[in-house]
Design a protein around this ligand. Structure first.
Ligand code: SF4
Ligand SMILES: [Zn+2]
Ligand SMILES: [Zn+2]
Length: 303
């Protein structure tokens, strides 16, 4: 079967709307969907300085590529890449190299921040001293550094490569752990407008499946095949497998989950009064809804 729109040879089949698309029509579909998400949630404004949280993986590399093209065409905003080096042996050094190559090709400024410099220990060191899963330690510390350095460098928004699969996994994980107040902080755009301590996060790939982002990355030679050695240790991997199995049995499951979540999100944000909650951590001054931020609490337990 040829491309649904032009009969050329297809590169992907989109289960949800039962389309097979060729390279050109798929790229058009993908970029249109990103544009629509950016517009619908007012993710980017004139004179914004967008920081892209670049990990060297397929999602953030594709995001950098796409946003850089928009930036070149419109000149409306400034773009900088921010790379966090957690210190994961035989993994991060390789993805860093990949990130450096992409930024050079795309002519985008790259800032590199390392756990070693900021915490005086690598993630590998933390993992040895903690009973927490590596992804928990990594997630809290990464988020902390991303916000800190986004603020320090004057970013007005921080763009992440989270796709629909990532968000669907997070929603299920929060549900299973009854983390409703954390759940209320998800969504395509998070944080408060003009908060002095918090840089808003935007997720332009929010409504695109992982498979779609991977195809877009592959078509632009941005598919990085390095895998973090810790990725199989957390609950997320099991949820991912479960969701993929449901999706192949019941196509549309992931979109259904996100659609339902988006209907509930305004109510959850109201219930957990996200707007009034964020103050400053007494120890480090970073944003926190408690006396100490999650990163300071974490460091006390493992350092
Ligand atoms: S898989 Fe886990 S430990 Fe590895 S980079 Fe991702 S969050 Fe960090
Ligand atoms: Zn086509
Ligand atoms: Zn703190």
């Amino acid at each position: 079967m040829g491309c649904k729109q032009c009969t050329l040879e297809p590169v992907i089949s989109l289960v949800n709307n039962k389309q097979t698309l060729c390279r050109r029509c798929f790229i058009k579909y993908f970029e249109r969907k990103v544009r629509r998400t950016i517009t619908q949630f007012s993710m980017i404004q004139k004179r914004d300085h967008i920081g892209v949280a670049l990990s060297g993986g397929k999602d953030s590399s594709a995001l950098l590529y796409l946003l850089n093209n928009v930036q070149k065409k419109t000149g409306l905003f400034q773009l900088t890449a921010l790379f966090i080096d957690e210190g994961i042996t035989k993994y991060r050094d390789r993805t860093l190299k990949f990130a450096q190559e992409i930024c050079k090709q795309q002519d985008v400024k790259l800032l590199i921040v390392s756990f070693k410099n900021e915490f005086d220990a690598t993630l590998d060191n933390f993992v040895k001293n903690s009973k927490l899963t590596p992804c928990t330690v990594c997630g809290v510390s990464r988020r902390y550094l991303l916000n800190k350095f986004a603020l320090k460098n004057g970013f007005t928004k921080l763009a992440t490569g989270h796709n629909l699969d990532d968000e669907a996994q997070s929603i299920l994980m929060n549900l299973f752990k009854n983390n409703q107040s954390v759940q209320a902080r998800l969504g395509p755009i998070t944080g408060l407008k003009n908060h002095p301590l918090f840089v808003r996060r935007i997720k332009p790939f929010y409504f695109l499946l992982e498979k779609e982002v991977a195809t877009y990355a592959y078509l632009h030679k941005l598919l990085d095949l390095h895998e973090c050695p810790y990725h199989k240790q957390g609950m997320r991997e099991e949820i991912r497998t479960m969701l993929n199995s449901f999706e192949s049995k019941y196509p549309g499951t992931k979109h259904g989950l996100i659609g339902g979540f988006m209907e509930l999100l305004p109510l959850m944000k109201k219930k957990y009064a996200i707007e009034g909650e964020i103050g400053a951590c007494e120890q480090c001054g970073e944003p926190s809804s408690n006396r100490l931020c999650k990163c300071c609490v974490l460091m006390e337990t493992i350092l």
